[in-house]
Design a protein around this ligand. Structure first.
Ligand SMILES: [Zn+2]
Ligand SMILES: [Zn+2]
Length: 283
C-alpha cells in the first residue's frame, strides 16, 4: 500500500494535483480547465469518477475554477474548503450553490481531516488571497510505517512553524516561483513586482532554497523527492531551479533524493513513496 502523488499542472495558469492510495483519491486544487483536467487524469489512468474529494488550498482562480465546482457536483466529489473561505467561494462562484444543496461541501480548519486512509492537515501560510491560504501535510499510516507528502505552493514567506511540521516528509512539493533579478528586469508593472515579491506573494528561488536547506537540516533523513512547483514562466526557468535544488541536495549529501520538475502543461509521473523507498508497491 502506498501513497502516490501526481502534479497534473502547476503555475499561475492553473494548478491541480492528485494524491491517492488504493482506497482513496484526493484532488488538491482544481485550477485547470475541465478539458485539461480530464485529459491529464486520463494520461495517468484516472477519471473524475475516481476522485473522492477536492481539497482547495485557497480562493485564487488558478486553484479553483467554476467548471471544477460543476464537475464536483456531477461526479459527486466532496469539496473541502477552509472554514474561512466558504463564504468567499459561495459569493464568488454561483455554481457553488448547487453543490451545497447536494451537501457535497465540507469545511476544514487546523484539525486533521481523514479521508479514508489519507490524513490531511492544513497549516495557514501568508498569501494575498481572500480568506485563508493553507499548506498541506498529507499522510498515510500503516502500522509503524508512515508515508508523508508536504505541499506548499502559494506563500510569500515560509513560517517557522511550517518548517517544523514539514521536516521528515518523504516528498516535498515546494513553490519556487521566481528569480528576484528576473522579476526585477521583467516587463511586469511595479505593483505586480511588489505583490509577487512581498511577504504575502510568492516564494522566490532564494527563499525556497533557504527553506529546503533548513528542512533537510531539521530532518532525520532527506526527502525521497523534491518537487519544485508554481514556477513563473516569465521570471524563472526549470533549468535554473533544477540547478539550485541539486546544489542544495549535493551539499547536504542527499544524493538519492530525486528532483521532479512540475510543468504548467504536462502531468508529472506518479511518485510512489513505497517504490521510491525501494519497497514493493502493493498497488
Ligand atoms: Zn497560484
Ligand atoms: Zn495564490
Amino acid at each position: 500500500m502506498s501513497l502516490r502523488l501526481c502534479i497534473l499542472g502547476s503555475g499561475s495558469r492553473g494548478n491541480a494535483a492528485i494524491v491517492r492510495t488504493d482506497r482513496a483519491c484526493l484532488l488538491i486544487d482544481a485550477g485547470l480547465g475541465i478539458r485539461a483536467l480530464k485529459s491529464r487524469l486520463a494520461a495517468r489512468d484516472m477519471a473524475l469518477d475516481d476522485v473522492d474529494a477536492l481539497i482547495v488550498t485557497h480562493t485564487h482562480g488558478d486553484h479553483l475554477r467554476s467548471s471544477a465546482i460543476t464537475a464536483c457536483t456531477n461526479h459527486r466529489i466532496l469539496m473541502y474548503n477552509h472554514a474561512a473561505n466558504e463564504a468567499v467561494i459561495a459569493a464568488r462562484y454561483p455554481r457553488f450553490r448547487e453543490l451545497a444543496e447536494r451537501r457535497l461541501n465540507a469545511t476544514f480548519d487546523c484539525a486533521p481531516l481523514a479521508i479514508d486512509d489519507i490524513a490531511v492537515r492544513a497549516v495557514p501560510v501568508p498569501h494575498d488571497a481572500d480568506g485563508a491560504t493553507v499548506a498541506l501535510i498529507i499522510e498515510r499510516r500503516d502500522g509503524e510505517e508512515r508515508q508523508r507528502i508536504a505541499f506548499a505552493t502559494d506563500l510569500g514567506r515560509v513560517p517557522n512553524e511550517l518548517l517544523d511540521v514539514f521536516a521528515d516528509s518523504d516528498v516535498l512539493v515546494l513553490e519556487f516561483n521566481h528569480d528576484v533579478d528576473m522579476l526585477r528586469n521583467s516587463k511586469r508593472t511595479a505593483y505586480l513586482k511588489a505583490r509577487v515579491n512581498g511577504t504575502s506573494g510568492h516564494l522566490s528561488n532564494a527563499q525556497a532554497v533557504a527553506a529546503l536547506r533548513t528542512l533537510i537540516a531539521r530532518s532525520r533523513r532527506p526527502p525521497l523527492a523534491v518537487v519544485p512547483a508554481h514556477l513563473s514562466r516569465e521570471c524563472n526557468t526549470p533549468r535554473l531551479v533544477g540547478g539550485l535544488v541539486n546544489d542544495v541536495l549535493r551539499k547536504h549529501g542527499a544524493h538519492k533524493t530525486r528532483v521532479v520538475m512540475t510543468s504548467q502543461d504536462r502531468p508529472t509521473e506518479w511518485l510512489d513513496i513505497r517504490a521510491m523507498r525501494g519497497q514493493p508497491s502493493l498497488f
